[in-house]
Design a protein around this ligand. Structure first.
Ligand code: BTN
Length: 334
């Protein structure tokens, strides 16, 4: 069963305190919000009862020192600088799959930029019909609705734009050495911590809409992974050695994504391709790709105009692959 749905309602006081990231006086808050100082104090008490913690220092004012480790629509909204993405937001305590939720939501009329995020998925979907392990309180499991005016042949590019935006924002937030494995995995030291699933619906070669799903292992610890994944996967927490703020990461990603997506739609794939290449963990490696037509092996040379991967096979011939599951020896020289 789905959890509670929270449409975004801005909590202005929280927004002010989060933005300030320092002490702010009760007087200043009351001026900004146009409410009395008693009303400010009352709102602070309400926030405390919801798990927020504050430091209150005479003459300096209030400082936000902690918040509940849950995904909260108002807090998320306060961190966003986007115009479109995440402005319509469903935050679910639990759902089968945010992909399914998003597809249903589009059919009900949800616009481009609408995002569904769940604290837990009970039937998270991965690529190739796999499950995506999505335990509560530890990850970011979300799906975004995209409705660009594109020919369906350009859908593979969307996944690459998404991977580049994820890589840039998560690198900046964590300082970790994150690389992109074509087409849609993010790795640290050869271990996967993030996957992308782009599902699209087209009519007469025109993309009607796409649902771009992202799963990020944020605060999972080694014991949180099922036995069959051990050694192959990791989380940001394991790699960084510290707990990370899921809301902050999510907002940092959405802010980066909207900028890159706009750039891609205005200027084309070329500029994004350069960014993707700068963060890639794929090119110059010997790889094998499983495709519906069989396995293809070769050295990964480049990303082409469409987002396909160009390989040089053993006999010297070039081949371009647009979708598939790639493997490479992580200890093989680049
Ligand atoms: C992969 O196999 O690498 C893709 C994984 C995608 C998982 C995400 S989690 C949020 C969204 N909802 C799903 O059911 N799947 C995607």
């Amino acid at each position: 069963m789905d959890g509670s749905v929270g449409e975004v309602r801005g909590n202005k006081l929280l927004e002010l305190l989060q933005r300030a990231d320092d002490y702010v006086s009760g007087e200043w808050i009351s001026e900004q919000l146009g409410i009395s100082r008693t009303a400010v104090w009352k709102q602070i008490q309400v926030l405390k009862s919801r798990g927020y913690t504050f430091e209150a220092v005479p003459r300096l004012g209030y400082r936000l020192t902690g918040k509940p480790d849950s995904l909260d629509p108002a807090r998320l909204q306060a961190l966003l600088t986007t115009r479109v993405f995440g402005r319509k937001l469903q935050v679910l305590a639990e759902t089968g799959s945010t992909q399914r939720q998003a597809h249903d939501w589009v059919r009900e009329g949800a616009p481009e930029g609408a995002v569904v995020i769940a604290d837990r998925q009970t039937a998270g979907r991965g690529r190739m019909g796999r499950n995506w392990h999505s335990p509560p309180g530890k990850g970011l499991w979300f799906s975004m609705i995209l409705q660009p005016r594109l020919n369906v042949s350009r859908v593979p590019q969307l996944t690459l734009v998404l991977a580049a935006a994820l890589c840039r924002s998560l690198r900046r937030e964590t300082g970790l050495n994150i690389g992109i494995k074509w087409p849609n995995d993010l790795l640290i030291d050869g271990r996967k911590f993030c996957g992308i699933l782009t599902e699209s619906i087209a009519e007469d070669e025109r993309l009607q809409y796409a649902v771009a799903g992202v799963g990020i292992n944020v605060n999972l610890e080694p014991g949180d992974f099922p036995a069959d994944l051990k050694g192959k996967v990791t989380s940001l927490r394991i790699e960084a050695g510290r707990q990370l703020d899921r809301e902050r990461l999510f907002a940092a990603f959405l802010n980066e994504w909207e900028t890159m997506y706009d750039l891609y739609l205005r200027r084309g794939f070329g500029v994004i391709r350069t960014l993707w290449e700068a963060h890639n963990a794929t090119l110059q490696r010997r790889v094998t790709i499983k495709t519906p037509e069989g396995e293809i092996s070769g050295t990964a040379l480049a990303i082409d105009e469409q987002g396909g991967l160009v390989l040089r096979r053993g006999d010297g011939s070039l081949v371009t692959v647009y979708a598939g599951e790639m493997h490479y020896a992580t200890d093989a020289p680049k």
